[in-house]
Design a protein around this ligand. Structure first.
Ligand code: HEC
Length: 138
């Protein structure tokens, strides 16, 4: 009986995790949960150099690109942007928690990320900053 209960509880937990977009082991799924936040709030200023419709060349701000796993891990001019396992040292997380009037607060314009979004980024880094199958741009 106990064994049966434990097994069915575990099954429920797995199902609940899956519906949250987490991986089956309950970890944050980068592509489903983190990438949409980065795309919407960070890519505008942190992607590969491009020329906008007015012919103006846009370089990644702070020399930091977030549009690919390898370039994100390489980091920008300050470095230590993503330190796997250590969110407190990772500016990708810490910059989002700074008050809006801080010079280094990210994103520097628009609303702050929600508390849930900040916590999700923190959890993703704490769990090892795993990108799964995502490679993005080189
Ligand atoms: C409107 C443009 C803009 C957006 C959007 C933006 N940033 Fe930035 N970001 C900047 C600028 C400008 C700098 C350089 C700041 C400096 O060097 O003083 C920077 C620098 C950084 C750095 C430091 C890079 C380094 O190594 O020097 C990190 C980390 C960062 N941003 C993270 C983010 C994250 C995470 C988001 C999305 C939640 C984001 N940024 C969204 C403009 C932006």
């Amino acid at each position: 009986m106990i064994k049966y209960l434990v097994t069915s509880l575990a099954a429920v937990a797995v199902m609940a995790g899956a519906s949250n977009g987490q991986t089956p082991d309950g970890k944050v799924d980068f592509e489903k949960q983190i990438l949409p936040i980065f795309k919407e709030r960070c890519f505008e200023c942190h992607q590969k150099e491009y020329t906008d419709k007015n012919g103006k060349v846009k370089k990644p701000k702070g020399k930091f690109r977030m549009d690919g796993a390898a370039v994100m891990m390489k980091g920008g001019s300050e470095g230590s942007d993503v330190v796997p396992g250590d969110a407190a040292k990772s500016s990708v997380y810490t910059s989002t928690t700074l008050p809006a009037d801080d010079d280094l607060a990210m994103p520097p314009k628009g609303d702050r990320l929600t508390k849930d979004q900040q916590e999700l980024i923190k959890k993703w880094i704490t769990e090892g900053a795993n990108f799964g199958a995502w490679k993005g741009e080189e």
